[in-house]
Design a protein around this ligand. Structure first.
Ligand SMILES: NC(=O)c1ccc[n+]([C@@H]2O[C@H](COP(=O)([O-])OP(=O)(O)OC[C@H]3O[C@@H](n4cnc5c(N)ncnc54)[C@H](O)[C@@H]3O)[C@@H](O)[C@H]2O)c1
Length: 256
């Protein structure tokens, strides 16, 4: 029970890592606000996470919606202990190549506003709340190995590189307030990320599993649960003297 009675907000909780984390954190005693731009998915996550979980519609590009998700945790559970800033999107999922020269202003704005600005909004709201509560508190951000090495698309990498530096710099800024800020950096996961159903989906997915298995030295794709386990460690007191770290969850990819 690593998060017994902790009040947690998870963004992007409707799918993949966010859903796995909501279920895992709840198993460890947390009361979880499951925030997502897709309310149906968030509702299903809250159902899976159990009685103390609550879904909320939240587009992380809207400051007021991020603040409302944190307010909801405080209203329902009395305080905020952990923010897991996890919502993120891939470079265009419409089949276009991911090279920089194939992307336009709209692609840039979409990636930066969801992957980076959304996390800034979460950090600002959480730090203000932690301060009002008298200090302490934990933020975990989902960055990516794409924020550490050249991998997975240039604009996407730039957005996740921003998350890496947001995490490091904020960790230093708020250390004296007893607030810890860390990031998980997953590699290739078979979630809904950047994938659209349709003709050839199953074949593409099978090809991707094989490619990921080849790419990661440990020989398999990263599971959403692998990333959730790392986030649980960083969210819990097991990591009470750890701040400002980027924890790769990558089967050895960045060590290669
Ligand atoms: N899947 C991968 O290969 C991979 C690799 C490295 C990092 N990541 C990162 O992991 C995180 C989780 O991704 P995932 O693999 O679980 O993907 P996913 O697509 O399965 O889940 C992402 C969730 O975020 C939600 N979301 C999207 N835009 C949103 C917005 N504006 N506001 C609120 N919610 C929004 C989606 O509805 C979805 O429920 C992301 O930050 C992603 O960048 C993923």
């Amino acid at each position: 029970m690593l998060l017994q009675h902790k009040s947690v907000v998870i963004t992007g909780a409707g799918s993949g890592v966010g859903r796995a984390a909501a279920v895992l954190f709840a198993q460890h005693g947390a009361r979880v606000v499951c925030a997502d731009i897709n309310l149906d998915w968030a509702t299903e996550t809250a159902r899976l996470a159990g009685a103390d979980a609550v879904p909320v519609l939240c587009n992380v590009t809207q400051r007021a919606e991020v603040e409302a998700a944190i307010d909801l945790a405080c209203d329902r559970f009395g305080r905020l202990d952990v923010l897991y800033n996890n919502a993120g999107v891939a470079t265009a999922s419409d089949g276009r190549p991911h090279r920089l020269i194939d992307q336009d202003d709209a692609d840039f704005d979409r990636l930066m506003s969801i992957n980076l600005r959304g996390m800034v909004y979460g950090c600002q709201a959480a730090v203000r709340r932690f301060d009002a509560q008298g200090g302490g508190g934990v933020i975990v951000n989902t960055a990516s190995v794409a924020g550490l090495i050249g991998w997975g698309g240039v604009m996407y990498g730039a957005s996740k590189g921003g998350v890496v530096q947001l995490t490091r710099a904020l960790a230093i800024e708020v250390a004296k307030q007893g607030i810890r800020v860390n990031a998980v950096c997953p590699a290739g996961m078979m979630t809904n990320f950047g994938r659209t159903e349709g003709a050839g989906f199953a074949e593409r997915a099978a090809e991707e599993v094989a490619r990921y298995a080849e790419m990661h030295p440990l020989g398999r794709p990263i599971a959403a649960e692998d990333c959730a386990n790392a986030a649980l460690f960083l969210a819990s007191d097991l990591s009470s003297n750890i701040t400002g770290v980027m924890l790769p969850v990558d089967g050895g990819l960045t060590a290669k």
